[in-house]
Design a binder for this molecule. Structure first.
Ligand code: GLA
Length: 719
């Protein structure tokens, strides 16, 4: 049994890990252990504290304040930052959630209205706690996938009492670590510079990352890792926390007076309050926890396998994906049918599979100043309509994809003229535009129904095979069509509305490949990934910046989830010049495509692109679904390197990039990982043979960098 309850202890066992907590005094779940598998934990926390204080430990004193709790709440005797904070109908904040019952179920219950991991092979423990006076209960849900070494946590708060309460805070997870001798790793950044890692030792007090923007954001990610100080890519302890949510979140660690570290993650309690009327229930999103005692690399590989098996789903999960060309950086808004078709013809000639028409095909959208919301064909640019273009593209033997930005409305649009109240706004206040657009109020059912209808029509009209779902601004001037005492539900209700329209639209088109995007990687999270199997990683397509962005994104996400394209040089975001082979090698760490005008390239580059495309088709399964190893960290050096190894370890693809070239460099060795030490491998480029042990211990002899931004890709096959 993966989940057991013996002698007052719950033990959640996966193949390599144990997560153990006891029921202290039969009342409070108290954390005992999370780490490599153990058979049992005999020394309970209560016993230890009794010895420590040399007197009988009483749960009725201020005692919860020193215990590692599984569900700390505000308003009781634990005075540290908690997981749940409620205000009762009489305005009081006290809360005492006490164990009532538990059950163990096969699989994993769905979360109403929210995406979450599939429960195949999983087992779930539900512990019900109850506050006697208010009759409000909290279910703590723990799901484990024993073979994947993943633990999901979330809570469900139910008002079984007769009075309305307000939830001020409901985190998905809280874990108390006995000691704070750990580092915290989080990701933060900006548009075109997403997910830069930052690692620092824990210090007393609160630390972490959060966002109030209404989206998981460019600025940070709903993901954090606690690590031992000496943890590396391949050794040491790493405790990963990843939230399955796309809105404002908080991920923090509080180091308390006893040096214990409390890690918690969930919907950001700032600007959040949920009205819990009698008989209603509130569900938090899932948080997925992964422990590794072989460093960050093993943690990432566990997350990648979990994402492939339980997060991405439908036609494209575990499938190969089409090589695409997107016209955005090739034409921006300046295109017509002929221009698009001539780009598509050229794409077909070099072996591309899918042509994607980006922004500018609808309304009167010749700039970003207008037309969002008017999802009607621009007959000025496409005189025969979208279907005619799509048919012509299909006749060329290409698939056809389309860009949409369903959540937005331009003040200069027919939709806005008909429904000026459909956007997020506060009557009497200025409607602050960003990129000349406003955000539709997805808390309103009529707005959601409108979006589903017009986007469905466009996808049918365009007979599309692929959709790029964009979102180009965050919410400001917060005000939704909700009663005053529910305005602070807006952020979460917006995300529930988003999940509703995404579920309805993706469900209607199961054979269409959906890629999400938010001005690049401004909403790259597990919530969206449950609905759309790939996300545009960043608007920054510069090869060196992408080495950095893709490498840090891979901490959580596998290459199959990261949109990555080859673009023109000088690069449109950085002005940098990098060789075509390097841009291609780096884009192969994601769902591969192009974003440039192929017709402007010299014939020899088009010939190279033909060869590159053949290689991507050949290698894609290993690049996407192989075991991923980061070898050189581009944030710390002049080099980036990673490799993907087929699960039977008989084939591997290594990518290495030098940033700046230095004169008089001697040939270097790159130590590989994940190979079978007992096998010999042929380098398919040179025909040379190396031992797996040799490649991992001594290293692969790299070419000398004779140019800036030189990449080398090595394909190894076991003999
Ligand atoms: C966003 C996307 C880009 C492109 C433009 C179009 O910035 O990230 O890839 O689609 O919108 O307006």
């Amino acid at each position: 049994m993966p989940i057991t309850f013996e002698s007052g202890c719950f033990h959640l066992k996966t193949a390599h890990t144990s997560y153990v907590f006891e029921l202290a005094g039969g009342k409070y779940p108290v954390h005992l252990y999370w780490g490599p598998s153990v058979r049992a934990v005999h020394d309970t926390m209560i016993r230890r504290l009794t010895r420590f204080t040399e007197e009988t430990f009483s749960l009725h004193e201020q005692s919860l304040d020193s215990l590692p709790l599984e569900c700390p709440v505000f308003g009781g005797s634990d005075l540290r930052p908690g997981m749940i904070h409620l205000i009762h109908s009489d305005g009081t904040h006290a809360l005492d959630l006490v164990y009532e019952s538990h059950e163990i179920l096969p699989g994993k219950p769905d979360i109403p209205g929210m995406p979450s991991a599939l429960g195949d092979g999983a087992e779930t423990l539900i512990i019900t706690l109850r506050d006697r006076l208010s009759n409000i209960s909290a279910d703590l849900l723990y799901t484990i996938w024993p073979d994947l070494d993943v633990l999901a946590r979330r809570i469900r708060i139910r008002n079984d009492g007769g009075n309305t309460a307000f939830i001020e805070q409901a985190m998905s997870v809280s874990v108390d670590f006995e000691a704070c001798d750990l580092d915290l790793l989080t990701l933060s950044g900006a548009w075109a510079r997403e997910r830069e890692p930052s690692r620092r030792p824990l210090y007393p007090g609160i630390q972490g990352v959060s966002t109030e923007r209404g989206a998981s954001s460019h600025q940070t990610s709903p993901f954090m890792v606690l690590l031992s100080h000496d943890t590396t890519e391949s050794s040491g302890n790493a405790y990963g926390f990843a939230l399955c949510y796309s809105g404002s979140f908080s991920a923090s660690v509080n180091v308390d007076q006893f040096g214990m570290a409390r890690a918690s993650m969930g919907i950001n309690p700032f600007n959040f309050r949920w009205k819990l009327t009698p008989g209603t229930v509130f569900d938090t999103p899932d948080a997925y926890l992964v422990f590794s005692d072989h460093g960050l690399g093993e943690m990432s590989r566990r997350y990648h396998t979990f994402i492939h098996r339980c997060i991405t789903r439908g036609t494209f999960a575990l499938a190969s994906r089409p090589l695409l060309i997107n016209n955005w950086e090739a034409t921006y808004f300046d295109f017509n049918e002929e221009k698009l078709l001539s780009l598509a013809r050229c794409a077909k000639e070099v072996g591309i599979d899918l042509f994607v028409l980006d922004d500018g095909w609808f309304g009167k959208r010749n700039t970003d100043h207008c037309s969002l919301g008017d999802w009607v064909d621009d007959l000025g640019k496409l005189p025969h309509g979208l279907r005619h273009l799509s048919d012509s593209i299909h006749e060329l033997g290409l698939k056809f994809g389309l860009w949409v930005e369903p959540e937005m409305i331009s003040p200069d649009s027919d939709l806005y003229r008909a429904h000026p109240d459909w956007c997020i706004h506060v009557e009497g206040r200025e409607r602050l535009e960003s990129r000349f657009q406003l955000v539709l109020d997805l808390t309103r059912k009529e707005v959601r129904d409108y979006i589903v209808t017009v986007i469905t029509d466009a996808l049918i009209r365009g007979n599309v095979d692929y959709v790029k779902w964009d979102m180009n601004r965050n919410i400001s001037m917060w005000g939704a069509a909700l009663p005053p005492d529910q305005q602070q539900e807006m952020g979460h209700r917006y995300i529930l509305g988003l999940y509703d329209i995404m579920t309805r639209i993706t469900g209607r088109f199961p054979h269409v490949l959906f890629e999400s995007c938010a001005g690049g990687g401004g909403r790259f999270d597990l919530g969206i990934l449950c609905l759309m199997p790939q996300t545009w990683c960043s608007d920054d397509t510069d090869a060196w910046m992408r080495c950095r962005i893709e490498s840090s994104t891979s901490l959580l996400f596998p290459p199959s989830a990261m949109g990555a394209h080859v673009s023109a040089v000088p690069n449109h975001q950085t002005g940098r010049l990098t060789p075509l082979a390097t841009r291609a090698a780096v884009a192969m760490c994601g769902t591969f495509g192009y974003e440039l005008d192929l017709q402007k390239l010299p014939p020899e580059e088009l010939e190279s692109i033909r060869e590159i495309n053949k290689r991507v088709h050949e290698w894609q399964r290993i690049l996407f679904y192989g075991d991923f190893y980061r070898l050189k960290n581009p944030y710390e050096s002049n080099e980036a390197a990673w490799m993907s190894v087929r699960s039977d370890r008989r084939e591997a693809i290594v990518t290495h990039v030098y940033a700046q070239a230095f004169p008089q460099q001697k040939p270097r060795l790159l130590r590989l990982a994940g190979l079978d030490p007992d096998l010999d491998y042929t380098d398919t480029e040179t025909g040379k043979v190396y031992g797996g042990d040799e490649l991992m211990q001594r290293g692969y002899p790299l070419s000398v960098a004779w140019n800036d931004y030189m990449a080398q890709q090595i394909h190894l096959i076991a003999i």
